[in-house]
Design a binder for this molecule. Sequence first.
Ligand SMILES: Cc1cc2nc3c(=O)[nH]c(=O)nc-3n(C[C@H](O)[C@H](O)[C@H](O)COP(=O)(O)OP(=O)(O)OC[C@H]3O[C@@H](n4cnc5c(N)ncnc54)[C@H](O)[C@@H]3O)c2cc1C
Length: 461
Amino acid sequence: MKKLGILLSACLSCVVQADEKPSAIVVGAGLAGLTAAYELEQQGVDVTVLEAQQRIGGRVHTLYNVFEQGQYAEAGGELLDGIEVHTQVHAYAQKFKLDFEEVGYDYDTAYFIDGKRVPESELEVLIGAKAMADYDRFWEELEALAKLVPNPAQLDQAPNAKQLDQQSVAQWLDGLNLAPKARTLAEHHIRGEYAEPTQMSLLFLAHQAKVYEGVDDDQIEIYRIAGGNIKLPKALAAGLKKPVLLNHAVTEIRHTDKGVDVIAAGKAFHADYAVVTVPAKVLSQIRFVPQLSAPLSNAAALGYGSHTKVMLQYSKRFWLDAELNGDTVADLPLGWTWEATDQQQGEAGILTVYTSGRFADGDRYKTDAELIAAAREQVAQVYPGADALFLRAETQAWLRQPWQQGGYSAYGPGDVTRFWQAWRQPQGRLIWAGEHTADRYVGYLEGAIRSGQRAAKQLSL
Ligand SMILES: Cc1cc2nc3c(=O)[nH]c(=O)nc-3n(C[C@H](O)[C@H](O)[C@H](O)COP(=O)(O)OP(=O)(O)OC[C@H]3O[C@@H](n4cnc5c(N)ncnc54)[C@H](O)[C@@H]3O)c2cc1C
């Protein structure tokens, strides 16, 4: 076995013999798990990655071979920020020689409210001057929330943290006293970006405002990885010495001060440490012996936004004919649309329909056919005649995915107080990672990557 250098002089020396390589089991091969595994190997750790599904990537899931004309779409995490914001996504992309594609067109977004569609430049005509002024005020107030959080990593140490955490975003919106149409648009934004306003902590929203304080709009959600986001997890996995073990759902982790014994797919694995990256909603599917202490014993209580994507391929990009970019903000359940194929070849185009919050909660019980039919019908309301151009569709309701059971974390009222620090404190030989454990960019690819890096560092401390 390879001799360990500096690592052994640290805490691992208490358990690992001088000629042994320390070992870790990483649970989950999403971006957090793959980053942790990659970085641990760089530190000289012997890593085994166990993944429940028969594919890697988790919530990064590019759908190839579904649509016509060789087109593809992102069923999960899609849009990436500029290099000074999502620094770690860019760093790994550079390391693995992956390119970015810039998204979008130089056309307007469409707004569809009360049955009428206008380009963004005419939004004020549609909703009236008072609602427009109130909607602008909402954005200013949202930015101002950043002031409540001096340090985004020490969120629960902010002045009045407990009080702000107990308050829901809906209560904060009540206090803004917005005109009804401005309130509709404000709720629409919060729901689509994070979660239903009634189910989201104001302190968590303030945290997100702080993380994005001073970042220009033209640096936000501007890229995808060229050829599909799945290239990033694939590159990380290809950089590992041992292949990820697919179809290895972890069912039990026994942990002592000497190491961890993990059961997956009926087999036993032993290591010095486990890095557990499964989403909080499904952590309880793993039996921990001894049991996890609070609050992680009740991790499923952490707030998550519900988000469903329905990707509709049409034979023609009809929105461009109307000099619109495919982005739609609608007061229909569908929520948002945007084009998935703006940088792809072909006459056809894929419109992603993104339904969130209370409008997506019930999707857990719907069939794919029902979700697709509803999305088609609503797109046809916004763009009359569109359905005649329909080719095919695919859908991903993340609430229904057995290994996620939710979209991405959006801390609910009281959650910051309960969970914020807990995710970054190891419980003995167990270390936590995943977007929900990040201290910046929670709910993004960037957060998942940073959490994996942090977990790898924690193991070597
Ligand atoms: C609809 C949607 C849209 C999004 N849009 C964006 C976006 O535009 N931009 C952005 O940056 N981010 C976006 N995100 C968020 C981003 O995709 C996630 O933050 C990130 O991919 C999460 O990575 P993760 O490793 O933490 O979790 P996951 O990717 O969920 O990885 C966890 C892994 O653990 C596995 N697992 C679960 N249980 C077990 C078990 N018992 N045993 C073994 N393995 C297990 C799962 O199968 C999975 O592979 C979006 C997410 C969704 C769902």
